[in-house]
Design a binder for this molecule. Structure first.
Ligand code: C5J
Length: 235
């Protein structure tokens, strides 16, 4: 505790946690990125590297729900008519089967398709906003900022995939908007171990230029000391 505020061990220094102004954001834990047989694996990636985060994210999710934190899920994807898909994004990678095309789990990164949805292990509960984003960052072209403002959220606990792409982009967007981000190292993941390491280094470098990096255990221990929240009525 510091000035009555719980402390979560983190780098570059401890994170002063304000539970009443904190939200949990879980980035893009979608079947197409994380599940075997999805788009990510079809591209030649080893999804086991991403799946390591599922257990810790699940534990953080349970602890956050118990403590009554706002939980937000995001999904990267596009309208079925692809009108929100920039031609540059469609062309990038010169993929034979890219965004909008038929993939192993439905049309790739298209809203409403099986592969676009969140993995079974982390299914959102009614009342937890799911933010559909066309870009890498969760703020770009979404209503995330309004949701956070309406809930008086100033701190974001960040989990999800991939660390160097959508997690990093979202943390940078949040930082520029005045949010304090605590990224949980064991709850974010990359297909590339080197990117995982360096992406976390970048966040906490130079005195925490984009935010803090901690571990799920530190947050869970703090949340466990909070009284159990009465779940809000489902509307
Ligand atoms: C990517 C993401 N890597 N969620 N998306 O394209 O990081």
């Amino acid at each position: 505790m510091e000035d009555g505020m719980p402390i979560i061990p983190a780098e570059p220094y401890d994170f002063l946690f304000e539970p009443e102004h904190a939200g949990l954001i879980i980035i893009d834990m979608q079947r197409d990125f994380v599940d075997p047989g999805g788009f990510g694996e079809a591209l030649g990636n080893d999804v086991s590297l991403l799946r390591k985060a599922i257990g810790p994210v699940g534990q953080v999710l349970a602890a956050a729900r118990r403590a009554g934190l706002l939980v937000i899920h995001t999904r990267e994807g596009h309208r079925p008519d692809l009108t929100d898909l920039p031609p540059s994004k469609k062309a990038r990678g010169r993929l034979k089967n890219g965004i909008g095309d038929a993939g192993p789990m439905g049309r790739i990164l298209v809203r409403g398709e099986y592969g676009h949805d969140i993995i079974d292990e982390l299914t959102p509960r009614p009342g937890e906003p799911v933010v559909d984003k066309p870009g890498k960052g969760a703020f770009y072209a979404t209503d995330l900022e309004g949701i956070l403002r309406n809930h008086d959220i100033r701190q974001l606990i960040v989990c999800g995939v991939t660390t160097e792409v959508c997690v990093n982009t979202t943390v940078r967007e949040a930082n520029d908007r005045g949010y304090d981000c605590l990224v949980l190292a064991d709850c974010v993941a990359s297909y590339f171990p080197e990117f995982q390491r360096v992406a976390l280094e970048m966040i906490k470098a130079q005195g925490g230029i984009f935010g803090w990096v901690g571990e799920s255990a530190g947050l869970i221990a703090t949340l466990a000391q909070m009284p159990e929240a009465v779940p809000p009525p489902v509307v």
